[in-house]
Design a protein around this ligand. Structure first.
Ligand SMILES: Cc1ncc(COP(=O)(O)O)c(C=O)c1O
Length: 500
């Protein structure tokens, strides 16, 4: 049984001077809320006494309106429980019923929206992002997260908050968290910064958005890794930039090709520690080439370091930012992989002379990040829980990764090529000729296998068809079974070459 959300009062305006009588005004208000789907089937309606008191009218017009709505089937009375929006009303009430045409219609293609909004296609939920479970990309092992510690820290910071913690904060974020991140980045990622250069943001996504607003103008050319991270592409497209796809090989972004295609690009987006989606690590010579190009052309490098805490078989790779002596790198990191994505906390390390520009844009956007989780995360880091959690997870993901690679080999032999399994929580596989990854992905989602297709990662014509497979969320013991289920889905779309 649903109540009107949280017991809030309904917004009904009655006007004693209007020509319609009060009962008609109340009747019309309910009818249009139901038709306009602001009140849903099964939601509880306030009692006549409560509504009369809220509206400061006598009960008589309320009783008259309710009995009319009951008679017409908009309301239903349940003995001993109260009055409800009729539960048999269809969820999708048609828009052209009587007076309801005056309420908000759904957005039509012809409605005037700003040109910037038209740069992106309308949002649609993507099949492979709808669920959690086997192969879901970017899904950490939620069941391994130390929620006991986390919830204690939440309580610590909720109990007696100081007024300053409830008020607007600094657009750069909470100072102690920025200090903790700075210490962590200095030791673990060889990032050179001080806390005054760190801005706490709502994940890498906001970091990219703020960076694009500060650094880029519509029409600017920007190099984009090809294949690359589709959500960066969305930000740059929405900013009106001209994207220059620059191919990625096993040494990372091919800088020479980028220079040939567009030497004067305003910026480049790279994930040098663990390229998304094919997993290459940028070689030292390419890093130096990229920094030299950025210096000579006055371009910006946006470095996305989203999951390199997890590197297997070798030491973590130092950041590009740490090599940069010309303050050309904007360094972006996130807690989405090491903690969980719904936390929505990430950070930007900003060149010193740009800090106040970034802060101004952030302030105009959403002022600052919420206080509570910044404070919780500060303690989580400073008390050593973060480092401990990463150490545990690195061992766990290493096992899951090995189990996934072994199961792919067992089921597919060399029919699927495995790319980029040395770091992070996902790897990529390429399909033999003739298979279409989009079709297989949609089918897999129906089977609750959350593989992501490789072809949409290309801006131009896809060079490869394949999948990105997350291994963070699947226990080692269930990996072989999940891969067998995936094989059954793939086989429904074509014949695989004989195993070698
Ligand atoms: C390349 C890349 N960057 C960043 C992120 C993390 O994004 P966010 O911090 O907005 O959750 C992801 C998540 O999958 C990613 O694949």
């Amino acid at each position: 049984m649903k109540r009107i959300s949280g017991g809030f009062s309904l917004v009904i305006a009655v006007d004693r001077r209007a020509k319609d009588p009060l009962h008609k005004q109340i009747y019309d208000a309910f009818r249009s809320m139901i038709v306009g789907r602001r009140l849903r089937a099964g939601e509880q309606i306030p009692s006549t006494r409560t509504l009369a008191s809220d509206l400061k009218v006598s009960r008589i017009p309320v009783l008259t309106a309710y009995s009319q709505l009951l008679a017409e089937g908009y309301f239903e009375a349940r003995a001993g429980a109260g009055t409800f929006v009729c539960s048999s009303l269809p969820d999708q009430v048609t828009w052209n019923t009587g007076s309801a045409t005056r309420s908000t219609p759904p957005l039509a293609g012809s409605r005037a929206v700003g040109r910037r909004a038209l740069l992106l296609p309308p949002y649609q939920r993507i099949p492979w992002l709808r669920g959690v479970g086997a192969f879901s990309v970017s899904q950490p092992a939620y069941d391994q997260f130390p929620f006991q510690i986390w919830s204690k820290l939440i309580l610590r910071h909720c109990r007696n908050p100081h007024a300053s913690q409830l008020h607007y904060g600094n657009p750069l974020g909470l100072e102690p968290l920025r200090e903790a991140i700075c210490t962590y980045l200095g030791t673990s990622r060889a990032v050179r910064c001080d806390p005054q250069q760190v801005m706490i943001v709502s994940g890498s996504q906001q970091a990219l958005e703020i960076s694009s607003r500060v650094l880029l103008d519509p029409g600017n050319a920007v190099w984009m890794e090809e294949p690359g991270y589709w959500l960066t592409r969305q930000v740059l497209t929405a900013a009106g930039c001209r994207l220059i796809p620059v191919p990625v090989d096993n040494e990372g972004l091919d800088v020479a090709v980028g220079i040939k295609a567009c030497r004067k690009a305003r910026a480049v987006y790279v994930a040098p520690s663990h390229q998304y989606p094919i997993g290459a690590t940028m070689s030292a010579s390419r890093r130096l080439q990229l920094l030299a190009w950025a210096e000579s052309s006055g371009s910006w490098i946006i470095e996305d370091d989203y999951d390199s805490e997890y590197r297997y078989g070798s030491m973590p790779i130092a950041s590009l930012q740490g090599l940069d002596s010309n303050s050309r790198v904007i360094y972006i990191g996130t807690f989405s992989k090491t903690l969980f994505p719904s936390l929505r906390i990430g950070y930007i390390v900003i060149p010193q002379d740009l800090v106040s520009r970034f802060a101004a844009v952030r302030h105009a956007m959403d002022i600052t990040s919420p206080y509570l989780y910044q404070a919780v995360l500060t303690d989580f880091m400073k008390e050593g829980h973060y480092a401990r959690h990463i150490r545990r997870m690195r061992l766990l993901y290493e096992k899951r990764r090995q189990a996934l690679v072994a199961a792919i080999r067992e089921e597919f032999g060399s029919a699927l090529e495995v790319l980029g399994s040395e770091a992070g929580m996902h790897l990529a596989v390429t399909l033999p000729k003739g298979f279409r990854d989009m079709e297989i992905t949609k089918h897999a989602a129906q089977e609750k296998l959350w593989i992501a297709p490789l072809s949409p990662a290309y801006l131009g014509k896809p060079v490869r068809q394949g999948f990105i497979l997350g291994f963070g969320s699947t226990p080692t013991s269930q990996m072989a079974h999940a891969v067998r289920r995936l094989k059954a889905v793939i086989l429904a779309h074509g014949k695989l070459p004989a195993k070698e």
